[in-house]
Design a protein around this ligand. Structure first.
Ligand code: FEO
Length: 174
């Protein structure tokens, strides 16, 4: 039976991962209606990946004789100022998720639940990759500047390629 404090903390993380999925879905939708099809594809794929993260936690908790709970979620913001604004918020959100995974790791360590600590290693590594990917996109957007539509067009095209790569990776990971 999983420790109750660890169970509550994992359920909190399930909520955060599901919220991440819906947040990226809202961003993808904004990109799609604003003329950024590549960014939309990338964020739709990212939303799927977050759903996969949520499911990993759900199955883990239930496999450990806990009970995964689906919580009420806040509505994600539907409007954004620019593509740069979108990815600035993605970056901030991923940093927040990294901090929350570390916090969860801390709880499992305090409670001497080393099985959960071991399980969280995958997420710790995943966060390094997620932050680095998002930082790379944001760096390019900062270089292009909001007003340069030519630069944005190329970044959007590049995001289409990245979206296909992401979709392939997550389908082989599941
Ligand atoms: Fe599930 Fe992007 O962190």
């Amino acid at each position: 039976m999983i420790n109750k404090r660890v169970e509550a903390a994992v359920n909190e993380q399930i909520k955060r991962e599901e919220h991440s999925s819906r947040l990226y879905l809202a961003m993808a939708s904004w990109c799609e209606v604003t003329g950024f099809p590549g960014a939309a594809a990338f964020l739709y794929a990212q939303a799927e990946e977050e759903r996969m993260h949520m499911l990993k936690f759900v199955h883990y908790l239930n496999d450990r004789s806990g009970h995964a709970i689906m919580s009420a979620l806040d509505m994600p913001k539907p409007e954004y100022k620019s593509l740069k604004d979108v990815f600035e918020q993605v970056m901030k959100h991923e940093e927040y998720i990294t901090a929350s995974i570390n916090e969860l790791y801390g709880v499992s360590f305090d409670e001497k639940d080393f099985t959960t600590g071991n399980f969280l290693q995958w997420f710790i590594n995943e966060q390094i990759e997620e932050e680095s990917t998002m930082r790379g996109i944001l760096d390019k957007l900062n270089l292009a500047g909001d007003g340069q539509s030519g630069g944005l067009f190329h970044i959007d095209k590049e995001l289409t390629t990245m979206a296909s790569a992401r979709a392939t990776t997550s389908s082989t990971e599941q």
